[in-house]
Design a protein around this ligand. Structure first.
Ligand SMILES: C[S@@+](CC[C@H](N)C(=O)[O-])C[C@H]1O[C@@H](n2cnc3c(N)ncnc32)[C@H](O)[C@@H]1O
Length: 274
C-alpha cells in the first residue's frame, strides 16, 4: 500500500478488511465460476509463472496450480491474505497494492485479475502495472461484471437503486461500475498501457448463480459487499426498505422450485504484451 492512499482506495481497503471473512461463503459460488473461462482464455500452461492480482482467498492461484503452473497471489487486504494462506498453505501470497506491484519488471508469463480491476481507484494504473511485470509475449487476463443491459442480476440491483436510492451520499468517487464493457474503449485503455490491442479477446460469459432465497442478494450486498454496501449503509430506513423490496421482487422471477437461479454475466478479457 502507498503511504497515504486516496479516499477510494482507503474506502475499499476498509471495506474488504471488514467483509473478508464472509467472502468465501457469500460470493465465491459466483466469482469462482468464471475462473475456468479466465484460465482458458489466457492459455495458462504448465510451468508458467502466474500472478493472481486482487487474489482474495486465493481461488485463481489454486486453479493456476491445478493447471500445472506456478501461482503467486497478491491482495491489499491483510485479512484476505491471511485467509488465502490458511486455505492454501502451500501457495505463495503477499500483501500489496495492484496499482504499485512489488515485483520486478518482466517477472511473469501471465497476470490474472478475477473481479478486482474495478475495485481499484485507477484501473488503468492496474493495467499499466500488469504490463510492466509481464514478460514480453505474456498475457494479461481479467474479468469485469457486464452492465445491466446484458446482466440480469446487475440489472435488478441497478434498477432498484436507481428507482429508490439516494446516490448523493458522499461516497468517495471510484471508476464507473461497468468500465471495460465496451470492446473499443477497453482496447484503447489496454493499448495505452502498451498492450497489443489487436490481440485482445473480449467475450461475455454468463453463469447461473444459485441462491437459497429471494432476500439473499440484497443481504449479500448489504452485509458482505463493499461499494454497494457503502451506498446502502447511507440510505434512510425507508429508502433501504424500498431497495430491498425491489430487489426481492426482481429476483422472484428467477425462482426455480425452492431456490433462485440467477443469470450473472461478465466480460472475460485477455490481451498480449508484444
Ligand atoms: C471481488 S474480490 C475478488 C477476489 C478473487 N479474485 C475472486 O476470484 O473471487 C476483490 C478483491 O480485490 C482486492 N482489492 C481491491 N483493491 C485492491 C488493490 N488496490 N490492490 C490489491 N487488491 C485489491 C480486495 O481486497 C478483494 O480481495
Amino acid at each position: 500500500m502507498e503511504q497515504v492512499p486516496d479516499k477510494f482506495t482507503q474506502f475499499e481497503h476498509e471495506g474488504w478488511e471488514r467483509v473478508a471473512h464472509k467472502y468465501d461463503s457469500v460470493w465465491s459460488s459466483l466469482t469462482r465460476q468464471f475462473i475456468p473461462y479466465l484460465i482458458n482464455a489466457a492459455e495458462v500452461n504448465a510451468g508458467m509463472s502466474v500472478l493472481d492480482v486482487a487474489c482474495g482467498p486465493g481461488y485463481v492461484s489454486d486453479a493456476v496450480r491445478k493447471a500445472g503452473a506456478i501461482p503467486r497471489g497478491i491482495d491489499f487486504s491483510e485479512k484476505m491474505i491471511a485467509i488465502a494462506k490458511t486455505t492454501f498453505p502451500d501457495l505463495s501470497f503477499v500483501q500489496g497494492d495492484a496499482q504499485n506491484l512489488p515485483f520486478e519488471d518482466a517477472s511473469f508469463n501471465r497476470v490474472l485479475i478475477n473481479f478486482g480491476l474495478l475495485h481499484l481507484a485507477h484501473p488503468e494504473q492496474g493495467c499499466a502495472e500488469a504490463y510492466r511485470v509481464l514478460k514480453s509475449g505474456g498475457r494479461f487476463g481479467f474479468t469485469v461484471w457486464a452492465g445491466p443491459e446484458k446482466n440480469p442480476g446487475a440489472k435488478i440491483v441497478n434498477d432498484a437503486i436507481e428507482a429508490h436510492g439516494d446516490l448523493d451520499v458522499g461516497l468517495p468517487e471510484g471508476p464507473p461500475h461497468y468500465l471495460y464493457g465496451d470492446r473499443q474503449e477497453c482496447q484503447q485503455v489496454l493499448e495505452q498501457a502498451g498492450f497489443d490491442g489487436n490481440s485482445m479477446n473480449h467475450n461475455m460469459r454468463t453463469v447461473e448463480w444459485r441462491l437459497p432465497s429471494a432476500s439473499y442478494f440484497f443481504q449479500a450486498e448489504r452485509d458482505a459487499g463493499v461499494r454497494t454496501a457503502g451506498l446502502l449503509s447511507r440510505q434512510s430506513p425507508e429508502r433501504l426498505d424500498a431497495i430491498r423490496v425491489a430487489i426481492e421482487n426482481g429476483i422472484g422471477r428467477y425462482a426455480r422450485g425452492s431456490e433462485i437461479v440467477l443469470p450473472m454475466a461478465a466480460r472475460v478479457v485477455v490481451v498480449s504484451k508484444p
